[in-house]
Design a protein around this ligand. Structure first.
Ligand code: PMT
Length: 401
């Protein structure tokens, strides 16, 4: 038996002939001690009954309407927080379209939209529907948002046609989710530190030098790590971003504060330095607001290099140190120099000369270089920072495994 004691699974069942497979999937999870709650969409009730699901799952079944009794017992936000993982099986073309548009018109779409957990989508539909360009666009969008797909597979369909669109088998769904959950349990024991955002270096009490970093890339990495169960600390310079409570967030302003917070958060197993730490600080900060002058010169001095300090430290160095390199030219060469000079295990290079990627954009394009020179550089082409983060975390997971 694969033990899933204390693991909480929220099943969402949509209307479709394959809904019967969800019953078998629920049975497999229950057999392995998982705790299950289920939402049935309105059309799902045409295919499976709340009674059959309750008796299999021994857990609450919500129908897809908001009602006072359900909301009092556990509101839709609490329900999305309760789950360790959400599985939507089967998901129809219609629900895929709704999720990709961000609708929140019923309990299923509201819970998914409000969720901070990994959502797995298990499609089942006619081959033409699956191959339709609008479905393909919706799937692409949902993958960009970080949803994971299981299937569909190719085979004979209930409608008599043959092709891709058939729902994956319960055992396959169970194994995929089990792997995800057991990695989550393993990862809980692994501590990761992420730095993100800019730093402010004060000139006087009201003025500072900073840069265009929004923190988005680092925050997305921290979110992806947390979804996989890693014990994550995010040390952030000033940003407008928020995170859920499951990330230990430490807010700082200057490079010196970021350095102290980093030292205090160690030891960790992994450290990812995505912050755009100011390379210079003002040598002597004025106590009072500097009066207007015709000309003014700033005397700057080098700031502490946090990554360099930590990665060269005998006792503090995490086992896996990942730096970023923000470059405007000679991307590969400059990144490789930083990989060596700063004693990193990986360096993630990004081009910050363009407006649509890098600093303060939702998108990025990165190349990862490794200290291990038997490993070839790996490029992740332009996509959302959330998706880049998922890929980086995938690579971290396969390295530590
Ligand atoms: O925040 P976003 O708007 O989402 O943008 C993301 C990003 C472009 C800021 C991010 O992807 C990125 O490239 N971060 C590193 C920015 C940077 O300062 O790069 P660098 O090449 O100057 O520094 C190299 C490495 O040393 C980085 O890991 C940096 O965190 C670290 N460093 C640098 C200087 C310093 N004083 N201390 C450091 O720890």
């Amino acid at each position: 038996m694969k033990d899933l004691t204390n693991k909480k699974i929220l099943f969402i069942i949509c209307g479709g002939v394959s809904a019967y497979k969800s019953l078998e999937t629920i049975r497999l999870f229950k057999k392995n001690n998982a705790e299950i709650k289920t939402i049935l969409t309105k059309s799902a009730k045409e295919f499976v009954t709340p009674l059959s699901i309750t008796s299999l799952s021994q857990g609450k079944v919500y129908d897809d309407l908001f009602n006072l009794e359900n909301e009092m017992e556990m509101d839709h936000i609490a329900l999305s927080r309760w789950a360790d993982v959400i599985i939507v099986a089967p998901i129809t073309a219609n629900t895929l379209a709704k999720f990709s548009q961000g609708y929140s018109e019923d309990l299923a779409s509201t819970v998914v939209l409000a969720s901070n957990k990994q959502v797995f989508l298990v499609p089942a539909m006619n081959v033409r529907m699956w191959e339709h360009q609008s479905t393909k666009d919706n799937v692409k969008k949902l993958k960009n948002y970080g949803y994971k797909f299981i299937g569909p597979i190719t085979g004979d369909m209930a409608c008599g046609e043959y092709g891709e669109g058939k729902m994956s088998e319960p055992k396959v769904i169970f194994d995929k989710i089990y792997n995800f959950l057991s990695n989550q349990i393993k990862n809980k024991k692994i501590k990761v530190l992420v730095t993100a955002g800019p730093t402010n270096e004060y000139i006087d009490p009201v003025r500072f030098i900073t840069n265009r970093s929004s923190g988005k890339q680092g925050y997305e990495i921290a979110k992806s790590l947390t979804k996989r169960g890693f014990d994550t600390t995010l040390i952030s310079g000033p940003t407008n971003l928020n995170v859920e409570d499951d990330i230990n967030l430490i807010k700082v302003e200057t490079a010196q504060e970021m350095f102290l917070a980093t030292q205090q958060s160690l030891p960790t197993d992994i450290a990812i330095f995505s912050a755009a730490v100011a390379d210079f600080k003002v040598s002597k900060q004025d106590k009072d607001k500097i009066k207007k002058k015709v000309k003014m010169t700033l005397d700057l001095e080098e700031n502490i290099d946090i990554l360099n300090y930590i990665s060269n430290h005998n006792s503090m160095r995490p086992k896996l140190v990942i730096g970023f390199a923000a470059e405007t030219k000679n991307l590969d060469n400059n990144a490789i120099s930083k990989l060596k000079n700063k004693n990193c295990d990986w360096i993630i290079a990004n081009d910050v000369s363009k407006k649509n990627i890098g600093f303060n954009s939702d998108y990025n394009e990165v190349t990862i270089h490794f200290k291990d020179d038997t490993r070839k550089k790996e490029k992740i082409s332009m996509r959302k920072k959330s998706e880049i983060s998922e890929e980086i975390v995938d690579k971290i997971v396969s390295q530590i495994n």
